[in-house]
Design a protein around this ligand. Sequence first.
Ligand SMILES: Nc1ncnc2c1ncn2[C@@H]1O[C@H](COP(=O)(O)OP(=O)(O)OP(=O)(O)O)[C@@H](O)[C@H]1O
Ligand SMILES: [Mg+2]
Length: 368
Amino acid sequence: MGKELEIELRNITKVFGSVVAVNDVDVKIKFGEFFSLLGPSGCGKTTTLRMIAGLEKPTRGRIFLFGNDVTDTPAYLREVNTVFQDYAIFPHMNVYENIYFPLKMRKISKDLAHPKIVNIMKLVNMGGFEKRYSSQLSGGQRQRIALARALVNEPRALLLDEPLGALDFKLRVAMQNVLKDIQRRLSITFVYVTHDQTEAITMSDRIAVMKDGLIHQIGTPEEIYNDPKTAFVASFIGEMNFLNGKVEKISSDTIDVLVANQKIQCKSPDIEMAQGDDVLVCVRPEKIHINPSSKMHNVLKTKISRVVFRGDDYEITSIFNDSSIRSVVGYTTWDKSHTVGTEIKIGWEAFNSIVYPLNMQDDIVKYA
Ligand SMILES: Nc1ncnc2c1ncn2[C@@H]1O[C@H](COP(=O)(O)OP(=O)(O)OP(=O)(O)O)[C@@H](O)[C@H]1O
Ligand SMILES: [Mg+2]
């Protein structure tokens, strides 16, 4: 195994009674990578992380850390630390003592530990808080102390399970930046569990998108957003319109699909398809143009059914045949004389349209 490979899960399965929590998962995480496990509640993220940490034993498969097979190695002998969502710091110790604790466990003297503690406090921007107790800190401050305690031993890899879950939106974003900075500065490999797609997209080098114990796709945020491999990934990350259609013609780099007698040109799918197949046609709301030039590959006549002002843009829902299609239009470009009932043309390019087999329909995450 190459030196740059830090963590490898090889055909990992975890079964709890009748539940397959993790199903034949293969993951390779590189040195210094910010790698996220993303998926809805119950998809197996925590179980996967706990198996890397050694807190759970896989039913099948092998786990490698830094080139060694650690499948049978107990948690305390693995060179990884874990930060959990509800990771509490000890209430009977002040901040300084909390951070000293893991060093003390490794029999490091107070004198040797002191500069390390000072350093890490600075890194999480908590210098001056040494004497405070848990009850005298805000949620975000507690989180930073928990992080400092996990980092003070300088682990090669840090496993984080929804570490920002308890924080409000602004603090969450601030802490995302703190985490990302620390990860870059220390070049520690991060495995980050989240169900928040924005968080995963903005922070990660690569993401594994999971559903029901299975990995649907592993890729960079751009790959996952622009080239989702399944209808589930397409619907879970960002927003997506889905239309039902039938394959009409397949060419080398495009595929034509009939949606209510209208031809929609899409980019060639990765999955093999044949003429006459029932399919789902997708396009993201922000890829749709209102009153597009007639040169655009796909132009549809629709009628507006809803206009929602969202601050810096509008979300327009319009009806084509019996389907609703959502578009996003910038505040300054939206023609405010358009209201419910107005007929508008909408259009998009073939390369912004993806096709999936109809049998992926049940996996689509529906919007409220
Ligand atoms: N100890 C256990 N015993 C039985 N079933 C379990 C156990 N731990 C997890 N499971 C089940 O395994 C599946 C995956 O759970 P897991 O905690 O890994 O999900 P998750 O992706 O972390 O979800 P969440 O986002 O809600 O934290 C779930 O169906 C869960 O009920
Ligand atoms: Mg979990």
